[in-house]
Ligand binder design. Structure first.
Ligand code: HAS
Ligand code: CU
Length: 536
């Protein structure tokens, strides 16, 4: 398979962003627990911006570009194609990342990862972020070119399942990032002083049109491994090719028209639009439950093959000695809690209680830090050996790392959720509030959050040591595909599932239904253009 160096390049940038971003996260938890005082170069809001951008945007986007390129190139081998387009994508993404990261660390973009206006960062931050997005579009374009070249010798065939999953995820990402691209058309001229003000409400709507699908881009990156690689670890076929395609099409359609569930407290958006998007948000339960069902059926099939029956025997028969498999199941367990927390958030009236509190921070740490990050770390113990041909340095370190991550993330997220229910705000550096009695109730949970953060840091060290050890390991391993076969006797999935142009039209139609009202009503109101400000 060609493109190994390209895939590894994506993973190395992802790991570097992960290692640096988690250090900032630890410092934040210690600061909010009043264990340390941040200041100077280590300004709290600068670190919070760097933590969010490096982990939520850079680590995820590069890792998903890497694992998706593996899925496309591995399942659709096309020897004749060069990797030039893929490398152009990598360079554009990397240059953009460096521009944005340097601007943040230079103290010129403490706008947090959501870069809400009227906070105004330096233009190089917005231009760098835009290049990262444009680079990821080139990754998607590379997949389309690859599929076209593969189709020359595979006329009329369906995309192989790994390539289908990766392509649908990037199609959803492309449609979602159009929102942030339009937002940048406001923010870049504004940051350059070419426009007098910015329409804050509209930039927020553009951001969250992108911001929610962003999280499903992450989870589908993990689902690529759950649906495609976990069966291989268990030596069984993919549970169902058709179900997998239906679930991915479900996420494509239900990711885009729901971003206003992040804006329930925003003024200027009428309640009926928020209610409509609540219903659309909750529909995501369907592909989520389909995923849970397919995965447990896979576990069951592997246990039956070993003559084991019954829930307890199925669980006991799973390969708990395999760090990659164990890490992914622990990630799934975290997702169960994160998912139900999402249902709380999506409940329009209850969200009033938790919005902008540490509850939401707990939610996204157990979702991004659970099914997404832990899956990415766990599957790296298969991907890096497969791409380098070098054996994993230590299976024991890998097992320790995934359990430490699970424990640290569980403790930290629980403590964050409880802080949030007690009213602790997010995005506030000092929560002592001059010794107020209400704030005092948050402190024990802030300490526990920091405790979870320390355990997570140990896990990060174990991961980095293991990856470096693997890259220096002289013991060689084979590089057979990490993806499982689909079931030989399964009826071929309906060809309609592969009609991605049709599903794109349906997705766009849903977006128009969900957003035409709020956008038109917005422009019927008086638009105030905010000149912008810096609070740092
Ligand atoms: Fe969320 C805020 C609603 C899932 C990430 N979410 C966030 C933010 C982030 C984030 C980053 O409605 C904060 C952004 C910010 O900075 O302000 N979220 C949901 C809902 C879901 C959901 C309904 N979120 C995620 C995932 C994320 C993620 C996944 C990252 C990867 N979220 C919200 C809302 C807000 C929000 C509001 C705004 C809150 C506010 O006020 O600001 C759903 O996708 C959840 C699906 C799951 C279920 C529950 C059933 C559970 C099942 C188990 C599945 C298990 C599996 C594993 C597949 C419907 C079905 C198999 C298990 C075995 C052991 C076999
Ligand atoms: Cu969301």
């Amino acid at each position: 398979m060609n493109g190994r160096r390209l895939m590894l390049a994506h993973f190395y940038v992802a790991f570097a962003a992960f290692a640096v971003g988690t250090i900032f996260g630890l410092l934040q938890t210690l600061s909010r627990a009043s264990a340390i005082t941040l200041g100077g170069f280590f300004d709290y809001y600068k670190l919070l911006t760097a933590h969010g951008v490096l982990l939520a945007i850079v680590f995820t986007t590069f890792f998903i570009a890497g694992i998706s390129t593996y899925a496309v190139y591995d399942s659709m081998p096309v020897k004749s194609r060069s990797t030039n387009v893929g490398w152009i994508a990598w360079w554009v993404m990397t240059i953009g990342t460096v521009m944005a990261a340097v601007t943040i660390l230079a103290g010129n973009a403490s706008v947090l990862y959501t870069f809400y206006a009227p906070l105004k960062a330096s233009p190089t931050f917005y231009i760098g972020a835009t290049l990262l997005i444009v680079g990821s579009w080139i990754v998607f374009f590379d997949f389309l070119l690859h599929a076209k070249a593969w189709r020359v010798t595979h006329r009329g065939e369906r995309l192989p399942l790994p390539a289908f999953m990766a392509t649908v995820n990037f199609l959803m990402w492309f449609l979602a990032t159009l929102g942030v691209a339009v937002e940048m058309l406001y923010l870049i001229p504004w940051s350059l002083g070419w426009t007098q003000g910015v329409d804050v409400a509209m930039t927020r709507m553009y951001f969250w049109y992108f911001g929610h699908p962003l999280v499903y881009f992450w989870i589908l990156g993990a689902y690529l491994a759950w649906y495609g690689m976990v069966p291989k670890m268990l030596k069984v076929p993919v549970f169902s090719d058709a179900l997998t395609r239906v679930a991915f099409i479900g996420f494509l359609l239900l990711s885009l028209p729901v971003g206003i569930h992040h804006q329930f407290s925003d003024p200027g958006i009428a309640g009926q639009w928020k209610l409509l998007q609540t219903f659309l948000t909750l529909l995501v339960v369907v592909p989520s439950l389909m995923t849970a069902y397919a995965l447990f059926a896979t576990f069951e099939e592997s246990a039956f093959a070993k003559g084991q029956r019954g829930f307890v025997n199925i669980v006991k028969s799973l390969p708990w000695n395999d760090a990659s498999f164990t890490g992914i199941v622990l990630a799934m367990i975290l997702f169960i809690f994160g998912g139900f927390g999402g249902i709380v958030n999506a409940s329009y009236s209850i969200d009033r209680v938790v919005h902008n509190t540490m509850w939401v921070v707990g939610h996204f740490h157990i979702t991004v830090g659970g099914p997404v990050a832990l899956t990415f770390l766990a599957i790296s113990y298969r991907l890096i050996p497969a791409l380098t041909g070098r054996a994993l340095w230590s299976e024991n370190w890998a097992k320790a790392q995934v359990w430490l991550w699970f424990i640290g993330m569980s403790v930290m997220s629980l403590a964050m959720h409880i802080q949030g229910l007690l009213g602790a705000p997010r995005r506030v550096s000092d929560i002592a509030y001059y010794g107020s009695s209400e704030a005092a109730a948050w402190h024990p949970w802030a300490l526990l959050t920091a405790g979870g953060g320390i355990v997570l840091m140990l896990s990060v060290v174990a991961f980095v040591v293991n990856i470096i050890g693997t890259l220096r390991n002289d013991e060689r391993v084979g590089s057979e595909t990490l993806f499982a076969e689909t079931r030989a006797n399964e009826a071929p999935p309906p060809m309609g599932l592969d009609r991605l142009k049709f599903w794109t039209v349906v997705a766009v139609a849903l977006v128009i239904i969900a957003y035409a009202g709020p956008v038109m009503e917005h422009y019927q109101q008086h638009i105030y253009l905010a000149p912008g400000m810096r609070t740092w």
